[in-house]
Design a protein around this ligand. Structure first.
Ligand code: GTP
Length: 293
C-alpha cells in the first residue's frame, strides 16, 4: 500500500478546490468564481485499494498585497509544504503568469517530487496548442510528471491519481479508511454560510467578510447554530442584511438547507452581522477569528 501527504499548490482561481472535490467525490472546499476563497488548509483524504492520499489544499501562493490577510495566506501556503511527500502544482493551460515564478521558487526550496498538472484543458479545441507549454515545462527539469487535466470535466484525473500514488511512499494508511477530513463539523458550517454569502453578494462585499460560529449545540434531532458574520464597515453590514433583511434571510435559508443535508438533522440557524473595523488588516483580529496557525 502507498500512503502520504500531497500538497495541492497553485495561484488563486486555478481550480484547486474543484480538483480536490472531484478527486474526493464530495464537496469539501468552497468553489467560487472569485479568487482567494480558500482561506483554510483543508485535508481531504482519499483511500482506495491502492493506498491513501492525504491532500492538503493550500490557499494560493501569490505576489502583491501587504495586508495581514495576504500575509496569512502566503504563510499557510508555504507552511503547507512542510512535511508533505509530494507536490501537485496546478497551472492554467493558458501558460505561466508572473505569480507562478513565486510558486516555482517555493517548490524548488521544498526539494520534493513535483507533478505539474495543467488544468482547464477543456477550454482548448485543439490540444496541440499545449505542446509548446509542455515542452517548456519539461525543459525546466523539475517535474516528475506533466499531466494535462480538466478538474471541472474530470478529464485525465485517473491518470493524475495513478501518478500521485506511484510517487507516494509505501506505507499503511495514516487515517481510518472512511475518514475524509480532519476538520470539525463546525468548520464546514462556517464555510457553507460563507459560500452562500459569496454567491449572494458576489460584487459587493469582497474579502472583508468572515463567519464565526459562536455556538454549536447538538442533540439527536436538532443542531442549534449561532453564527456571526463579521464585516469591516457599517455600509457592508447594511449590504449583508439587505432591504428589510432580505439578503440575510435568503442566505440563512440556503445555508440551513445545505446544513440539514450535511448534518442529517434539523438545523436552527441564527445569523448576526457585526462590524469589526479593519479586521482583515489586523493580525490580532485574525487570530481572534480563528485564522491563526
Ligand atoms: N473550464 C474550466 N474551469 C475550471 C476548471 N477547474 C476549475 N474551473 C473553474 O475555475 C474557477 C476557480 O476554481 P476553484 O476550484 O475555486 O479555484 P481555487 O484554485 O481553489 O481557487 P482559490 O480558492 O482562490 O484558491 C471556478 O469557476 C471553476 O469552476 C476546469 O478544468 N475547466
Amino acid at each position: 500500500m502507498k500512503s502520504g501527504y500531497v500538497a495541492l499548490v497553485g495561484r488563486p482561481n486555478v481550480g484547486k478546490s474543484t480538483l480536490l472535490n472531484h478527486l474526493l467525490g464530495q464537496k469539501l472546499s468552497i468553489v467560487s468564481r472569485r479568487p482567494q476563497t480558500t482561506r483554510h488548509r483543508i485535508l481531504g483524504i482519499k483511500t482506495d485499494e491502492r493506498g491513501q492520499a492525504i491532500y492538503v489544499d493550500t490557499p494560493g501562493i501569490h505576489g502583491g498585497g501587504q495586508r495581514a490577510m495576504n500575509r496569512y495566506l502566503n504563510r499557510t501556503a508555504i507552511s503547507s509544504l512542510l512535511g508533505v511527500d509530494l507536490i501537485v502544482w496546478l497551472v492554467d493551460q493558458a501558460g505561466w503568469l508572473p505569480d507562478d515564478a513565486l510558486v516555482m521558487a517555493r517548490i524548488k526550496e521544498a526539494k520534493l517530487p513535483v507533478i505539474l498538472a495543467i488544468n482547464k484543458v477543456d477550454r482548448l479545441n485543439d490540444k496541440d496548442v499545449l505542446l509548446p507549454f509542455v515542452a517548456e515545462a519539461d525543459a525546466l527539469g523539475m517535474f516528475s510528471d506533466i499531466v494535462p487535466i480538466s478538474a471541472l470535466k474530470g478529464v485525465n484525473l485517473p491518470v493524475l491519481e495513478k501518478r500521485i500514488l506511484a510517487l507516494l511512499p509505501e506505507g499503511e494508511p495514516i487515517y481510518p479508511e472512511d475518514q475524509i477530513s480532519d476538520r470539525p463539523e463546525r468548520f464546514f458550517v462556517a464555510e457553507i454560510i460563507r459560500e452562500k454569502l459569496f454567491n449572494r453578494l458576489a460584487q459587493e462585499v469582497p474579502h472583508a467578510l468572515t463567519v464565526q460560529i459562536e455556538q454549536y449545540k447538538e442533540s439527536q434531532t436538532l443542531v442549534r447554530i449561532h453564527a456571526v458574520i463579521w464585516v469591516e464597515r457599517e455600509g457592508q453590514k447594511a449590504i449583508v442584511i439587505g432591504k428589510s433583511g432580505e439578503v440575510l434571510k435568503r442566505v440563512g435559508e440556503a445555508s440551513r438547507k445545505d446544513l440539514e443535508r450535511m448534518l442529517e438533522r434539523r438545523v436552527y440557524l441564527e445569523l448576526w452581522v457585526k462590524v469589526k473595523r479593519g479586521w482583515s488588516d489586523s493580525e490580532r483580529a485574525l487570530q481572534a477569528l480563528g485564522y491563526a496557525e
